[in-house]
Design a protein around this ligand. Structure first.
Ligand code: GLU
Length: 482
């Protein structure tokens, strides 16, 4: 039977390079064996999922050429492929688990759970459900539920013994059942949690091989128990190594840009980027690092896949990219350069510069800071710390701003209006005047003291580039003499 594999991203935030990495391995394996590559959108977290993030995932994967055979936008006969459209399916399935005792209703109030957690914290215990509702008579529980009492549904994890996850790349991994929490499967609002939805969908969609990141290993035993509870044959599990920063910590946007869109906007070729991702977990043999997607597909075997914490090294990516650019036919390179410089953003750049340039030839120097990654702060460093402020608090405010643009609803979409609204409130909240904060942000984001209006500039630079530059500015301040 040809394999059926899937990626199951949650549409929250920007399309992550980790998603592209996992997609690449799923794709290569499926194509090698004439199988099916499925895209499922796991949007059960209604507060964090957005339609724009879902579209951004499609765009990023299509840019890389990792096209899927079934998915929300292309259809397929095992849909719907968006979990928010499948809630009735999960409710129906969880009933089977209640009926056979694999799951139970829990009526604990949030106050009780908070109290329980506080007590566990005081006693230095791991936070977990204490089993208060495990012993309820199922019939009583059923009538309380029927009377409309709010409740969740939890997995009844055996108190003793162990549950083993068989990982095809790592061998068996055994977990003590006593260590596994009675996981919530269905929330009180009737929405499933990741675990329930993921297992039900993998089964109903006929997934044969689950290929995902190693951060899901700890969920593995819960999934194994769910497969047992349903009486279903589990798929084969492959947990790939997680991409890492240079210091071996999990790849994070605090240390590296993690959005595929960022690398796209810096002008890497999709084929270069894919090759760079591929070598992080796949070896062609004979130290051969450069290969195409088709070559990877042709050579794909699990024995060539390694799981040892691959480091995402931007310097290596640049080296690959430089080689690929030099190997391009001159006409193709010219077209690519013109498209990159004057493709998507040209209208915005013209609009932002027309009030400030006097000759056509001023254009390129004027907009140059909209391109490229890091900038040099040497010229603006003396002006970066506002009068009456210290270097330390200047660094601190930039760090807080970096965190703010992640968390704040108005800032997250990175529109001119949203940034203006967020920044004004941010300044007030931190006791900074806009006339202190805004010039600092301008210097940090552009490496210049003058630019078009601040929020238009930030929006046109894009979130990833701004994040990269603010981090660069913090570092420049850190190493600068007092
Ligand atoms: N929704 C999960 C994610 O965001 C899917 C994990 C899995 O592949 O099981 O990565």
């Amino acid at each position: 039977m040809p394999p059926r594999v899937r990626i199951a991203p949650s549409p929250t935030g920007d399309p992550h390079v980790g998603t592209a990495y996992i997609a690449l391995f799923n794709y290569a394996f499926a194509k090698k064996h004439g199988g099916t590559f499925i895209l499922r959108i796991e949007d059960t977290d209604q507060t964090r999922s957005t339609a724009s993030s879902e579209v951004a995932i499609y765009d990023a994967l299509r840019w890389l050429g990792l096209d899927w055979d079934e998915g929300p936008d292309v259809g397929g006969d095992r849909g719907p492929y968006r979990q928010s459209e499948r809630t009735a399916i999960y409710r129906e399935h969880v009933q089977t688990l209640i009926d056979n005792g694999t799951a139970y209703r829990c009526f604990c109030t949030s106050e009780r759970l908070a109290q329980m957690r506080a007590e566990q914290e005081r006693n230095k215990q791991n936070p977990r459900y204490d089993g208060h509702c495990r012993g309820l008579d199922p019939k009583d529980a059923q009538s309380r539920a029927a009377a409309g009492e709010p409740h969740v549904i939890r997995l009844r994890v055996p108190e003793e013994g162990e549950t083993t996850l068989h990982d095809e790349l790592r061998g068996p991994i055994a977990f003590q059942n006593a260590e596994i929490d009675d996981q919530v499967l269905l929330k009180s609002d009737g929405f499933p949690t990741y675990h329930l939805a993921n297992v039900v969908d993998d089964h109903l969609m006929g997934i044969t091989h689950v290929i995902r990141g190693e951060d899901w290993i700890t969920s593995g035993p819960k999934h194994v128990l769910l497969y047992q509870g349903f009486g279903w044959e589990p798929p084969l599990f492959f947990h790939l190594g997680l991409l890492r920063n240079g210091d071996k910590s999990k790849l994070s946007k605090r240390k590296n840009p993690v959005s595929v869109d960022h690398y796209r906007s810096l002008g890497y070729l999709p084929s270069t980027f894919l090759n760079f991702l591929a070598i992080l977990g796949f070896s062609m043999g004979e130290d051969r690092e450069r290969f195409s997607l088709d070559e990877m597909v042709a050579e794909f075997e699990w024995s060539k896949v390694s799981t040892g914490g691959p480091v995402f090294d931007p310097v290596k990516l640049d080296a690959f990219s430089g080689d690929d650019i030099r190997a391009m036919d001159p006409a193709a390179l010219r077209d690519a350069l013109v498209e990159h410089a004057f493709g998507g953003r040209i209208d915005t750049l013209v609009e932002l510069s027309r009030e400030r340039i006097n000759r056509l030839d001023d254009f390129i120097p004027y907009v140059s800071f909209f391109f490229g990654g890091e900038v040099d702060y040497a010229a603006v460093l003396p002006k970066m710390v506002p009068k009456k402020r210290e270097k330390k608090e200047t660094m601190k405010i930039l760090k807080a701003y970096l965190e703010g643009i992640e968390k704040d609803d108005a800032a997250r979409a990175f529109t001119v209006d949203g940034l203006a609204e967020f920044s004004k409130a941010f300044a007030q909240q931190h006791g900074w005047k806009p006339k202190e904060l805004y010039p600092l942000l301008r210097c940090a984001a552009t490496g210049r003291t003058a630019s078009p209006s601040l929020f238009e500039t930030l929006a046109a630079l894009g979130k990833d580039r701004v994040r990269l530059r603010l981090r660069g500015a913090i570092e420049a301040l850190r190493v600068a003499p007092q």
